[in-house]
Design a protein around this ligand. Structure first.
Ligand code: PBG
Length: 339
């Protein structure tokens, strides 16, 4: 029996009745222009090494990286983010700031082939050092009061400045330091300015957590620490107020973008940072583990990859991200172009 209910005059479902209505009232819309596509560059020619823990992502040589970058650009993706795997590793990572370093070569090749595609370069030491840490390590000789193997702060800053200048000379459009070394933004800023690169923006990995979600990346970039962890410089996942302190420092040091990393497990941090610093573009890094867990579950038929991928990325944007770094960028851009 149908009962007239006079209290139910307000019905949110009315706006969900048809796809056209739903589209009209949709608050958050993804576009290919929201994305940065990360790429892993290795030495060699015609290389496409699949990364087993990241299905769909490959290590690329400079030539195949140019092909992938063209594909991303043609889909409307405005930027790629380059990570380099050097030919040889050593305690300070000399290839990181070499003219013929792998990121420098890839940057020049991509900018020559696709001048309008933005090249963002990751600036850190861990892929280049033989110990896999993000900085110069204390040997005990200079700082007996610090533990052996401790990531030294200011010694590392000098290298980060040199790497940034070298990337800038190769043609990078944005410098993205990811090591969570105190003072990295101001020292990179003065290094760049000193060489005339006053116009180059810095996208600071301002709020980067010591996360287990970086696991697959460490296969992709061969950057796992050979001992210990990164907890003395990356943030504790339990902390939120501290994210404001980290961001405040980077803003004061002149960062042009802020970043939260990882993204999916840190939506509250994205929202809080965007609310606190609405004036700066905010990037969110949807990291390797967040990519691979969707790949793994959808390979088993437990999730629908397209549905959950669009949902997670919409959620990251809804939380407050202006730019999303994602291994799903090319897939998403082609799905969005289908519509
Ligand atoms: C290097 C760096 C890492 C990531 C980006 N830059 C690894 C780390 O900090 O251990 C992780 C990205 C990902 O998991 O997708 N400092």
């Amino acid at each position: 029996m149908y009962m007239m209910n006079h209290h139910l005059k307000i019905r949110p479902r009315r706006l969900r009745h048809t796809p056209q209505l739903r589209r009209m009232v949709q608050e958050t819309t993804l576009t290919p222009a929201d994305f940065i596509y990360p790429m892993f560059i290795v030495h060699g020619e015609s290389v496409r090494n699949p990364i087993s823990s990241m299905p769909g992502i490959e290590q690329l040589s400079v030539d195949t990286a140019v092909d992938e970058a063209k594909k991303a650009f043609d889909l409307g993706i405005p930027a790629v983010l380059l990570f380099g795997i050097p030919a040889e590793k050593d305690p300070i990572g000399v290839e990181n700031f070499a003219d013929e370093g792998i990121v420098q070569q890839a940057t020049r090749a991509i900018k020559a082939a696709i001048p309008e595609l933005l090249v963002v370069t990751d600036v850190c030491l861990c892929e280049y050092t033989d110990h896999g840490h993000c900085g110069i390590l204390n040997t005990g000789e200079h700082y007996p009061m610090l533990p052996e193997g401790y990531v030294l702060n200011d010694e590392t800053l000098d290298i980060l400045g040199q790497v940034s200048i070298s990337h800038a000379k190769a043609g990078a459009d944005i410098i993205a330091p990811s090591g969570m070394i105190d003072g990295m933004v101001s020292s990179i800023r003065s290094a760049l300015d000193g060489e005339g690169f006053t116009h180059l923006p810095i996208m600071s990995y301002a709020v980067k957590y010591a996360s287990g979600f970086y696991g697959p990346f460490r296969d992709a970039a061969d950057g796992a620490p050979k001992f210990g962890d990164r907890k003395t410089h990356q943030m504790d996942p339990a902390n939120s107020n501290e994210a404001i302190r980290e961001a405040a420092l980077d803003v004061a040091e002149g960062a042009d973008f802020l970043m939260v990393k990882p993204a999916l497990a840190y939506l509250d941090i994205i929202h809080r940072l965007k609310t606190t610093y609405p004036e700066l573009p905010l990037a969110a890094y949807n990291v390797s583990g967040e990519y691979s867990m969707i790949k793994a579950a959808s390979a088993k038929g437990w999730l629908d990859e397209k549905t959950v991928t669009l949902e997670k990325l919409t959620s990251i944007k809804r939380a407050g991200a202006d730019v999303i770094i994602s291994y799903h960028a090319v897939d998403v851009a082609s799905w969005l172009n289908e519509k």
